[in-house]
Design a protein around this ligand. Structure first.
Ligand code: AMP
Length: 401
């Protein structure tokens, strides 16, 4: 991935109407924001553009409205929350195109911030409809995309606009792209990937792409069981995708033929029940009983992964090593995460992690802040791990007029 997109250093915002695509798809309960991480991530871009004299016009989607306005998916309640975090007023316009938007923009002074209503209230947003793109483009002079998490969608506000207006990456987008480039595109080698989580079926493309790019691939979580079963091991009642045994064998064969070393668990924490504090024991993977299930990697595997980590320079992590929500089956994930955090803090490792459960697992281990970069982008992060081109990013690289 070349760092060829333009960022906020390259634009003159003074007096300009700046359409800024942000991620405000915040978790809410009973009309209240329960986690404002996404707001905090976009503040640097908003402050910088406002500070440089631009009129900051925020575009965002919220939820999954069925192509028309509905109160449950309105961005209106987010405006005061954003204002509180920003420490500046944030105006709101009840539509993202047409007269309501134009009237609100007409009242803005340089440095003001305005939030437009949910872009998905118009069907043209998700269809990337040229007429809707045009209606958005009329409202601005410049386009900034700071929503990496929506960049895997070719929607009007995430992709179409980048072809219509001079386009720039916001600071959060820039940080994400630079971290991801360092982790997989131009990494310092050796590179190790950790792929865990429940199932192989959701991560086949990801494994296929990583195998081509990394030197070591450590596989954990429920998906490792399918690989163990493919190698002829008895895995008892463990989670296993028996229709993917051939696929797992093919992956192992391809890795052996290439230059990627696959590391599988050699021991495991097993229990008869899938619940916190279920009676458990540690066994080698050759000795899993018929009534038992593998719920975490064991100490020998933790040790082996930590020794490998000590010798690599770059780590990419998606998915937990075990059922980390259920103590004590969080041990493998927590111990390896802490080792990676320590190495990162010592300057010996560049560590990038992402994907929903991975962020939760690193928070649980108390080390999310110690990693070089933790992506909260979910789907976009996974598509990047799969080696796919993200339309919102591709448009920033080559699409501006
Ligand atoms: P994913 O969303 O694919 O990253 O999967 C994350 C989920 O995998 C978490 O909820 C874990 O509890 C679950 N998981 C990890 N290891 C195991 C295992 N050995 N058996 C069952 N579930 C697991």
């Amino acid at each position: 991935m070349k760092n060829s997109f333009r960022n906020l250093d390259d634009a003159d915002f003074r007096g300009k109407r700046v359409l800024v695509r942000v991620d405000l798809n915040l978790p809410m309960e009973n009309g209240r924001v329960t986690d404002a991480t996404r707001i905090d991530r976009i503040l640097p871009t908003i402050r910088e553009i406002a500070g440089k004299g631009g009129k900051v016009i925020l575009l965002a989607h919220f939820g999954r409205p069925k192509g028309g306005p509905d109160e449950a998916n309105s961005l209106k309640p987010i405006a005061p929350v954003l204002a509180e975090h920003l420490g500046e007023p944030v105006a709101f316009a009840p539509d993202c195109i047409g007269e309501p938007a134009k009237a609100a923009i007409g009242k803005m002074r340089d440095g003001d911030v305005l939030l437009l209503e949910n872009t998905r209230f118009h069907k043209g947003e998700e269809k990337n409809d040229p007429a809707f793109v045009e209606a958005l483009a009329e409202l601005g002079d410049v386009y900034v995309n700071d929503a990496f998490s929506a960049a895997h969608r070719a929607h009007a506000s995430t992709e179409g606009l980048a072809h219509r207006l001079p386009a720039y990456a916001g600071r959060t987008m820039q940080a994400e792209l630079e971290a991801l480039a360092k982790a997989l595109d131009n990494p310092v080698r050796p590179v190790m990937a950790v792929v865990g989580g429940a199932k192989i079926s959701t991560k086949l493309e990801l494994i296929g792409n990583l195998m081509k790019k990394v030197d070591i691939l450590a596989i954990g979580g429920g998906m490792a069981n399918t690989f163990l079963a493919a190698g002829g091991k008895e895995i008892g009642k463990s989670l296993c995708e028996s229709d993917l045994l051939d696929t797992a064998r093919a992956i192992l064969k391809e890795a052996a033929a290439g230059s990627c070393r696959i590391v599988l668990p050699v021991d495991a924490a097993v229990a008869e029940e899938f619940k916190a504090h279920a009676p458990s024991k540690i066994v080698d993977v050759e000795h899993v009983g018929q009534g038992e299930m593998i719920l975490d990697i064991g100490p020998k595997t933790i040790d082996a992964v930590e020794r490998l980590l000590a010798d690599v320079k770059t780590l990419v992590w998606n998915g937990p090593f075990g059922a980390f929500e259920l103590e004590p089956f969080d041990k493998g994930t927590v111990e390896v995460a802490r080792a990676a955090a320590r190495l990162t803090e010592e300057g010996a490792l560049l560590s990038v992690a992402g994907g929903g459960d991975t962020v939760a697992a690193l928070n649980h281990a108390g080390v999310a802040d110690a990693f070089t970069y933790v992506s909260t982008a979910g789907g976009a992060f996974l598509e990047w791990l799969e080696g796919k081109s993200l339309p919102g990013v591709a448009a920033l690289r080559g699409g501006s007029t």
